[in-house]
Write a protein that binds this ligand. Structure first.
Ligand code: NAP
Length: 267
């Protein structure tokens, strides 16, 4: 488990981009399989689930809602996001209520998906209203840099930014400044696209280290992210074999030497 200032969650999160469709467009072809995958992820201990109103035009949220209804709600941590064109006060309230209804439950962490032309204080005012109404528990931002996070924090009266979700992988570590910011402020750093669609597994060093631990290169890569104090990698997997493999990245720890060797090799 990862323990942050505001919440305690699983070491690994499940992504849902491409489940239930694509950019604002639902596709129901794989719904049954994706519901099974989300359920299996929770059974395997991946109890943090990342989705968004944009994913499949809300269908990904519906799939999450269907998959989680038989699990104990307190064991789960559901993240969803509002698209930047819905960042005006009234639109945020409308979007969050629609997400809650598709999910069939409250939202643990609500994120502004990308920076928006709407003044950030207007968006944050709506986020605080959602916390007040019990629709959302915690507030966060996605694809934001430290100075933008600071600006959003200055708008908040009763809450604070509890998490940031940005792109970070062994093949692209350019967001180290935001990672440092998360560390200094005790907030969660969710790293998205950590497998770079499988390309990460091809790193030679992962293969060498994997042999030593009896693990796969992907398990070593995911364990490397988990080893970073404030980081929770988000991995999407619809394939049950992939899910089993990814869950095997939890419950053990790379040695400090192996962690450093991987870090040095990708600098
Ligand atoms: N906030 C943002 O702006 C933002 C942007 C991008 C992504 N995200 C979030 O982050 C999540 C993860 O990012 P992503 O979906 O872009 O990329 P990813 O998780 O790095 O890669 C997903 C791909 O990897 C495959 N995969 C998963 N486990 C595997 C394994 N053990 N072996 C081989 N292949 C494996 C999946 O295949 P199968 O599905 O066939 O199992 C899928 O094709 C998203 O789903 C979304 O929730 C957020």
């Amino acid at each position: 488990m990862k323990v942050f200032k505001h919440f305690k969650i699983s070491d690994l999160a499940l992504g849902t981009w491409k489940m239930g469709g694509e950019f604002w467009t639902p596709n129901h072809e794989n719904d049954e399989n994706d519901i099974k995958a989300i359920k299996r992820a929770v059974e395997l201990g991946i109890t943090t689930i990342d989705t968004a109103e944009m994913y499949g035009g809300g269908n990904a949220e519906e799939l999450v809602g269907k998959a989680i209804k038989d699990f104990k709600r307190d064991d789960l941590f559901i993240i969803t996001k509002v698209w930047p064109t819905h960042a005006k006060y009234e639109d945020v309230l409308k979007s969050a209520k629609a997400s809650r209804s598709r999910l069939g439950t409250f939202i643990d962490l609500y994120l502004l998906h990308w920076p928006s032309p709407t003044p950030i204080c207007e968006t944050m005012k709506a986020f605080e209203e959602l916390v007040e109404e019990g629709i959302v528990r915690f507030i966060g931002l996605s694809n934001f840099k430290p100075e933008e996070i600071e600006r959003a924090n200055e708008c908040l009266k009763k809450n604070e930014i509890t998490a940031v979700e940005n792109h970070y992988s062994l093949l692209d570590r350019s967001d180290e400044d935001t990672l440092d910011y998360a560390r200094k402020n005790g907030i969660a750093y969710f790293s998205y696209t950590p497998l770079e669609k499988g390309r990460v597994a091809k790193l030679k060093i992962l293969e060498e280290i994997a042999k030593k631990y009896g693990k796969t290169p992907i398990q070593v890569a995911l364990n490397w992210y988990i080893s970073i104090d404030v980081m929770v990698p988000i991995v999407k997997a619809s394939n049950l074999k992939h899910l089993e493999e990814n869950a095997g990245a939890m419950g053990w720890k790379l040695s400090k030497e192996d962690f450093e060797a991987i870090a040095k090799s990708v600098k």
